[in-house]
Design a binder for this molecule. Structure first.
Ligand code: DAT
Ligand code: MG
Length: 149
């Protein structure tokens, strides 16, 4: 089973969209294996967004993600990475399809509400950046046979 890191970003928490966003992933069938409310430090933000160091939007991105608390969630499931990305929608919310989180609730790239890992390797790496092993729980969910074949 793949794992992906979801971050309910500061704008989503401030706007009271945390529950709405979590419910989209829950309803999709992805299984929560870790979740916490936290303030992202500058060091963790720089590690998480290392691939964007040097880009013109990097400083704004770090400021945004560290500006206010977030909710981080580790999700598990078959094809969890791609499924979560599709539920989130395009990076630029004005281009995101209606029905996606960004397409329904956001307009600007710098206020795009939610992060989702972009690959199987980055999913593993990002979950490990935000959660200790003890904070991740593998559990058999009673509905799994009705969601996974
Ligand atoms: P995503 O968050 O969809 O995975 P990404 O990894 O390419 O997108 O970029 C990370 C974040 O950086 C993205 O959520 C918003 C910001 N960002 C990306 N491209 C940008 C751009 N061209 N201008 C401003 N911010 C940008
Ligand atoms: Mg990305």
């Amino acid at each position: 089973m793949e794992r992906t890191l979801i971050i309910v970003k500061p704008d989503a928490v401030q706007r009271g969209l945390t529950g709405t966003i979590i419910s989209r992933f829950e309803a999709r069938g992805l299984r929560i294996v870790g979740m916490k409310f936290m303030q992202v430090s500058r060091a963790l933000a720089e590690k998480h967004y290392a691939e964007h160091v040097g880009k013109p939007f990097f400083e704004g991105l770090v400021k945004y993600i560290t500006s206010s608390p977030v909710v981080v969630i580790a999700l598990e499931g078959k094809n969890a990475v791609e499924a979560a990305r599709k539920t989130i929608g395009s990076t630029k919310p004005h281009e995101a399809a209606a029905g996606t989180i960004r397409g329904d609730f956001a307009l600007e790239v710098g206020r795009n509400l939610v992060h989702g890992s972009d690959g199987v390797e980055s999913g593993q790496r990002e979950v490990a950046n935000f959660f200790t092993d003890a904070e991740l729980i593998s559990w058999p969910r009673n509905t799994d046979p009705w969601i996974f074949e």
